[in-house]
Structure formats: structure tokens, C-alpha cells
Write a protein that binds this ligand. Sequence first.
Ligand code: PLZ
Length: 453
Amino acid sequence: MDLEQRRILRTDIPGPASKSLHARRQQVVSAGVGALLPVYIDGADGAIMRDVDGNQFIDLGSGIGVVTIGHTNQQVVDAVSNQANHYTHTLFTVTPYEPYVRAAELLTSNMKGDFPKKAAFFVTGAEALENVVKIARRATGRNEIAVFDHAYHGRTNLTMAMNFKRHPYGTNYGPLASSVTHAPMSYPLRDPEGMTGEQAAMRAINYLEKRVGADQLACVVIEPIQGEGGFIIPAPGFLATLGKWAKDNGIIMVADEVQSGMARTGKWFAYEYEEGFQPDLVTVAKGIAGGMPVSAVVGRADIMDMSHPGGLGGTFGGSPTAVAAAVAVMEQFESGPWLNRALEIGEIMQEKLDSMVSKYPFLAERRGRGAMQSLEIVEPGTLNPDAPMTEEILKACYERGVIPLSAGTYGNVIRMLPPLAISNALLMEAMDVLDSACSDVATSRGMLSISSS
Ligand code: PLZ
């Protein structure tokens, strides 16, 4: 699919064709399946999505961090269609095939850590989390697992219990899984002033030791940068202190890199930014396969091999077209400029977003690494989250043809995960639209005088 890399607005957003599709959808699709922006897409390329009314949007979300390599990346498209022409399914646990092995080679060789590694493939991020917990329980013979405030891990029964926010993910869908304990996270903007990463880690460790007991814990699961929680980066030293404690107590350290991994932050995995921190196991999904559904657990071979043959699997885990796409993505990360491009995108965004933070009193801070950037929105002069204003700013962006996403426990974070295929010009245009949306919403709320916009 070739689309001119240009924002085009032909109709109101959503336009008439999208509205009529939405009416059809409402007849047949469960109300439980949400729609943040009901424009129906009929084509996408690079950083542009085109809807059924011919509007073209600059994508700052990548389908929540999935098409990191860009929409309809040619190598991914070729790999999928070539694979589909050869065979679409055999089931790796019945009659295996090479692309699964190749994907595991690429994943294990690009995970940092001075130990032998192995991998296993699944379908969704949540399924990778389910399996990493199985693997950790099997390897330690322990039941309990620790997670963190503001965490998000999925929508299955176990992962609903691992999420911090009950609503909307778990409300009235109980009983939820037991043996899951949430510990306090390091959230530098909202922690007591001056609290170091080590102190925040000790707060979590003391809590877990009292509430659960270190010798009861199979694993600690943490997102090195929390995604749905609002792109929260723990204070330096938090993860290293936690990791050391886990190691000393025979607890398996799991980094959930479903959102932060796969070149998103300019490295294969966001945990690589944390000095002295080495997870034992990592969960991966989203950006690994350019939009094809595949997830993975990768990490210490000795732990991965403690699971008995037949213990891990699933009909569609590491399905041929999905792992072929994963190979095409990972080979490009290895040989191409993608990791550096994520850093360049990060620099451009940081400069622009930081200038907005100094200009607008309702922006508490910019947070992020590489092409994973966010703004937290508060009532000026306080840390009180302003979710309604966040929604208004997002709506103003959508109406202008730019698609950032919301996030945050308090619904007051604007997050951006642009495809790395975005050009500098398109990225700047999107940043300018976000700036004018902030300015217009603030002015309409009487927060800014006309002259300061
Ligand atoms: N772990 C860190 O970010 C998925 C959720 C979208 P699945 N985040 C997007 C939604 O509303 O369902 C995610 C994540 C982290 C696990 C998951 C779960 O991945 O592929 O959605 O199951």
C-alpha cells in the first residue's frame, strides 16, 4: 500500500462513511468492545492511516505501539504473503517449521544478559504474561507473584488481577485470580520530593516482605516503563535495587516489555537503560511483528527449560505468518537504522514537548524515552489530574487529523508512540497540531489569554 505521507482532511471527523459503518457495527459488535476514535480505516502506509472518507491521519499511536516499523512495511508484507503461499498452519508443537526457530534465534541473540537464553512464542501480550507466570511458578515451586501500582498486563483472568486499575478491565468480571500482590511503584512526579530510586525500591520490598514474604514469591513482574499506567519511568536505581533483592531471594525477575520493547525506546528493550538491572525473563508482543499477532517469553535457558515438554504451547502460538513477520521486523532492527531512528524521533519530540511544558501551566511534565513520549496534564499549580481536559485536547487533535493516545491511572496522560517510519516533517507537523490543540483548549477554558497562544 502506497500512501502519500500527508495529512488530509476531507470531511468532519468521523465522516459520513465512517458514521454509517459505525451504525452497522453497533448492530452486531458487543458494546463491551470500545472505540476511542470511530473512524474506519481502509489503508495505511508508513505513519499515515487513511479512512473510508478519504481523510488521512498522522498516526502517533501505532495501534498502541504495534506498527513500530511503520504501517505496511514492505519486508513485512512480503514475508507474510510469501509465507502464506507456502503454508499457513501446521502447529509448531505437532510438525515444526524454520521461521519459528529463526525468530527465537533473533530474539535470544538480541536480549542482553550474560547467560544462555531460550524463547517460546504465543499470540497475545496477555498470553505471554500468563505463560511467564507459569514458567516462574514451575521453576521456583512457589505460587505468589508481585506486580506494581499503575501496572497493566492484559485482559485474561490472571492478568486482570495483575492490572492496577480495576475499572474498566476487571469490573464485575470476577472472581479474579489470587496470589497476586501489588506493591508501591516509583512514580517520581507523585512520590515524596527527593525520594530516590533506592528508597522507593525499599518501600516496595518492605511492603512485599511483610505482606507476602520473599520466600513465597515466584516472580516480580514489572514494566520498565509503564505503558497504560502513563509512561511512568521509575527513579534511577529502583529497578536495580529490586532486581538485586529478587536475586538474593531466589525470585524470578520479569520485565514486561510488551509496550516498551522492540526498538520503541531506541534499544531492543527499555530495561537496557537501567544500570545494574538484569531481568531473568522478558515478555514481548506488539512491536515484534509489524501488526501480526505474536508474543514471546524470552530469557534464561535454565528457567525456560524447567517447564516439562507439553507444558507450554497453544494452537496459534508462533503461527507461521506471524513468526515470518517477526523475522522480517527483527532482521530490519538488526541491520537497519531503526534503533537510531527511535532516538532521533525522541530528540525531536523532547525538544518540542519540553517547550510546551515550559509554556503551559497545565502540563506537569514530559516523560519518555526514544519514540515513547508523553505529557501529564494537571490543574495548574497542583498535581491534581485533569482527565476532562486531556480528553478535550485529544479530541481536538483527532478533529485535526492527528492521533495521539490517552493513558494514565488518572486518565490524564497523552501518550505518543509514532511509527518509526515517520518523517521529521510529518512528526513536526503532528507536534504543532498537538501544541495548537493544547493552546485552543486552554484558551477556551479561560486558562490562557489569547496573546499567549
Ligand atoms: N503488557 C505492558 O501494554 C497491552 C492494551 C490495549 P495484549 N497494552 C494495550 C487494550 O485496551 O486492550 C499490554 C501492555 C503490557 C501486556 C499487555 C497485553 O497485551 O496483546 O493486549 O494482550
